[in-house]
Design a protein around this ligand. Structure first.
Ligand SMILES: Cc1cc2nc3c(=O)[nH]c(=O)nc-3n(C[C@H](O)[C@H](O)[C@H](O)COP(=O)(O)OP(=O)(O)OC[C@H]3O[C@@H](n4cnc5c(N)ncnc54)[C@H](O)[C@@H]3O)c2cc1C
Length: 445
């Protein structure tokens, strides 16, 4: 118990490894499997991984600012945050820590996704972030590797790892979110390229982005999944107007994007013309909640409980213990997903389990913090410091229930694919009954 920091004891942040406590100490090689022999995950931390973690921690200690210190840029989602992400990504790149799980051929370290996870978890303990590259490095890069031409890869992959290109994802529209394939932004052919007209919404980081992946309808006559094309769009192209949407957490992370007669060249097509649905699915397949990324958790709750003299309050202890248990569950869910990815297996409905559980966890841990901090949590003057970080958490966590597929869509996936329940009613072709919702396209990744 002592290694988790008993509430009554001084808390040693340096020894805090919330996501891998057992892996640190119990090095017995073992794996976990179902009764049918299906391998669920490998819990053995190899010598290589132990060494990697130690090197990462030593390097981060020497180069990354502490949370709350002068160099901490992780507050909010505005330009200083994005600029901080760019600088930090460049630092990672120069020091050889960028693209841990990217193939060596594309400038990465060629390690497994587990190494990437370990690095990100360790990095999350410092006042740094790479969140502005979640779309670019986490989603666009892997999509380019699969669908991009050699020229597209050469032009963008190295620049992404060096922190030179922030990307956004222009998929959702006012009339197409869960039912993404129903989108209506039009891509019309013209000599030498395409003309784009339409509107996108909820586009994270659009204001700060250099490039976007755009999904548009290139053939309105074909069935909706077959008439879509993906494009790589320079965000400085004339005809792109970006309007930020203020959020209750004080940031304006996402935006409306209006596209009026935007002319893009032929070589901006990513993948096949009218084959955009496959490209979009590759991209959505990389979209997943990022546990341990800048979200405060048990360590911060313990700190507050002690500072406020509430560490012996049974209800507070119960809330903190519950948070700890959920963090562990998330850790093992994540390991299962990483093991599947590492084995080249599809993640399947596990991604929905993870997303649902993660969103619920954030809501519950925010409530524990609110019960400890009281109204001070909402009146904290800035989002620096413990109360401020929890304020940002409380006001941001609800969005996790919507982003990358809503809770309802995740439940549909679990019902249909994991539990084998009857499929949700779909409209017959040509049906005009509005009560029959279309298939949850965003969930098809
Ligand atoms: C923080 C955040 C960041 C985002 N960033 C981006 C981004 O960068 N780029 C981008 O393209 N998009 C982005 N999005 C948009 C996001 O993908 C969509 O909001 C999401 O897919 C839901 O679509 P919608 O908002 O149109 O809701 P709708 O699809 O209209 O859903 C409305 C309600 O109906 C329910 N519903 C819909 N269909 C079904 C069904 N079949 N069964 C049961 N219930 C259903 C939904 O669960 C929801 O409660 C972001 C969203 C958030 C919150």
């Amino acid at each position: 118990m002592s290694r988790y920091g008993v509430l009554g004891q001084p808390f040693d942040q340096a020894q805090w490894h919330p996501y891998a406590p057992n892996l640190q100490e119990d090095r017995t090689p073992w794996s976990c499997a179902t009764a049918a022999g299906e391998s669920l995950m490998d819990l053995h931390e190899s010598e290589d991984l132990v060494r990697f973690r130690a090197e990462a921690v030593a390097w981060l200690d020497a180069h990354a600012p502490r949370p709350g210190s002068a160099g901490d840029f992780t507050v909010g989602r505005e330009r200083p945050f994005v600029d901080g992400c760019r600088r930090w990504q460049a630092t990672l790149s120069e020091a050889g820590w960028a693209g841990v799980a990217w193939p060596v051929d594309f400038g990465g370290q060629g390690r497994s996704a587990l190494f990437e996870l370990v690095f990100r978890r360790e990095q999350a303990r410092y006042g740094v972030s790479t969140a502005a590259f979640d779309v670019g490095i986490g989603m666009v890069g892997p999509t380019l590797m699969v669908h991009g031409t050699d020229a597209q890869k050469a032009s963008h992959l190295p620049a992404l790892l060096r922190g030179e290109e922030v990307w956004c994802q222009m998929f959702s529209e006012p009339g197409a979110g869960s039912d993404l394939a129903g989108l209506s932004t039009a891509a019309r052919r013209r000599p030498g390229g395409w003309t784009i007209n339409g509107q996108k919404v909820w586009t994270s980081y659009a204001r700060f982005a250099d490039f976007a992946i755009l999904l548009a309808r290139s053939d309105a006559a074909r069935p909706k999944h077959h008439g879509l094309t993906c494009f790589l769009v320079d965000m400085r192209t004339p005809g792109i107007e970006i309007r930020p949407i203020p959020q209750m957490n004080g940031a304006a992370e996402f935006n409306q994007v209006f596209l009026t007669d935007v002319e893009i060249p032929d070589d901006a097509v990513l993948g096949e013309v009218d084959g955009g649905w496959a490209v979009a699915n590759t991209m959505l397949g990389s979209e997943r909640g990022l546990v341990g990324e800048e979200w405060p958790g048990v360590a911060e709750l313990c700190q507050i409980a002690r500072a406020r003299g509430r560490a012996t309050d049974p209800l507070v202890r119960q809330g903190i213990a519950g948070t700890f248990v959920r963090e562990q569950i998330l850790h093992y869910l994540d390991l299962r997903i990483q093991s599947r990815l590492g084995n080249g297996e599809p993640v399947g409905a596990l991604a929905s389990v993870f997303n649902l559980f993660f969103a619920d966890h954030l809501r519950r841990s925010g409530n524990v913090a609110a019960s400890l901090l009281g109204p001070g949590m909402l009146t904290a003057p800035s989002q620096i410091g413990l109360a401020g970080r929890w304020q940002f958490h409380l006001l941001t966590a609800p969005s996790v229930r919507i982003a990358s597929g809503t809770d309802e869509i995740q439940r549909n996936i679990l019902g249909e694919r994991a539990l084998g329940l009857p499929r949700e009613p779909r409209p017959e072709p040509g049906s005009s009954d509005p009560s029959l919702r279309p298939a949850p396209a965003r969930s098809q990744a």
